[in-house]
Design a protein around this ligand. Structure first.
Ligand SMILES: Cc1ncc(COP(=O)(O)O)c(C=O)c1O
Length: 354
């Protein structure tokens, strides 16, 4: 059996949830589990969090149905609403909560003559310019929804930040103030905060927070480590040494002879590569953790293998365990080396490593 697998620490997931709750003690929690719980596995994450959060947030009806298929009856929020109006029958049948983002969705909902009351969140575009109604339209749309017999009386007003990870961002201040102006007279619950805002913008917590990445133990804030924020790694990516080579100075490792030994070097071959989701762009000096030490990746990452320099690591042998990311190697560090974000690394672990 190939030894290269991710494992998911559900205690860390619960710890991180509690961290979010501690930061926003008066808010309800929408746990973001879209994209297979950010790659951490929908079923396991939903079963771990069920009953401990108020809603699950997903991107589409397929993901919402997958939550029901886990035997979970918790409230599920479709963050992009429905794509086609024929989804409304299923939405009604499964009591999904929808976001209304645009005029097409609004018209389809008002025309649909549903038999049950649907829970609706109304998305306002305060500056992300991706989804939602522009502020000047919101009052009228809110009234239309309020007057619709098959829309639940309580309509949650929501917006999403573009730059909440920048601690002093004037953009976020502008989005908050625009959202406040629009919603000030309405007796509606409010939701603004993603993970970065849960941590950095306490005045945005309001009725519902929507943490995603922080639940999975990566830092939502640039230049602040997950550890310093009290978050624990949920995804642990491990492999093993499957071969050892002893190189003389001048000898090279891997495709394209990218790395060349400057001294007599002990190189370990690890059974993991981009075919498992370990990024090929990672080059020299990306750390892995082995036998209590950090060792650098050397040469090109290939599909099934990569090489590390273990010249200074004691007792490395075939079968030695290697952590690619997890408790000792922060996924944020790997993301930085790969010029990406932890979200993408988690999502891109391939089926072979699951
Ligand atoms: C509308 C909305 N809310 C909340 C989140 C969670 O964001 P994060 O994972 O940064 O906490 C997302 C993620 O993309 C989102 O689209």
């Amino acid at each position: 059996v190939r030894p290269s697998k991710i494992s998911i620490d559900t205690n860390a997931l619960l710890h991180n949830l509690n961290r979010a709750k501690d930061l926003a003690p008066s808010s309800k929690v929408v746990a973001m589990v879209k994209a297979n719980a950010y790659g951490n596995g929908l079923e396991l994450c939903v079963k771990t969090l069920s009953g401990k959060v108020h809603l699950f947030g997903v991107a589409c009806i397929e993901e919402a149905l997958a939550i029901r298929a886990c035997g979970c009856d918790d409230e599920v929020l479709l963050l992009e609403g429905f794509f086609y109006s024929d989804e409304l029958a299923l939405i009604q049948q499964h009591n999904f909560t929808i976001t209304v983002n645009n005029q097409q969705q609004l018209r389809a909902l008002l025309a649909s003559k549903l038999t049950k009351k649907l829970k609706v969140w109304l998305k306002i575009d305060t500056g992300m310019h991706r989804l939602g109604f522009e502020p000047s339209q919101v009052q009228a749309i809110y009234e239309q929804l309020k007057n619709c017999p098959w829309v639940d009386d309580e309509i949650v007003m929501m917006t999403h930040f573009s730059s909440a990870d920048e601690m002093e961002s004037s953009k976020t201040l502008g989005q908050i103030s625009s959202f406040e102006q629009i919603t000030v007279g309405l007796k509606a619950p409010l939701s603004l905060a993603n993970s970065a805002a849960v941590i950095a913008w306490p005045n945005t917590h309001r009725d519902y927070i929507r943490p995603g990445i922080m639940l999975y133990g990566a830092s939502p804030i640039a230049n602040q480590s997950a550890e310093s924020l009290g978050l624990y790694a949920v995804m642990h990516f491990h492999s093993e040494v499957i071969a050892l080579c002893h190189l003389k100075p001048g000898e090279a490792v891997g495709y394209g002879e990218l790395w060349r030994a400057k001294r007599p070097s002990k190189i370990a071959t690890i059974a993991v590569g981009y075919g498992d989701g370990y990024p090929r762009v990672l080059k020299e000096n990306t750390p892995v953790y082995i036998n209590g030490c950090y060792a650098p990746v050397v040469g090109m990452v290939s599909m099934d293998m990569l090489s590390i320099d273990v010249t200074e690591v004691p007792d490395v042998d075939i079968g030695s365990k290697v952590e690619l990311w997890g408790s000792n190697v922060s996924i944020d560090v790997i993301a930085k080396h790969a010029n990406t974000i932890a979200y993408e690394l988690m999502c891109k672990v391939t089926s072979r490593a699951r």
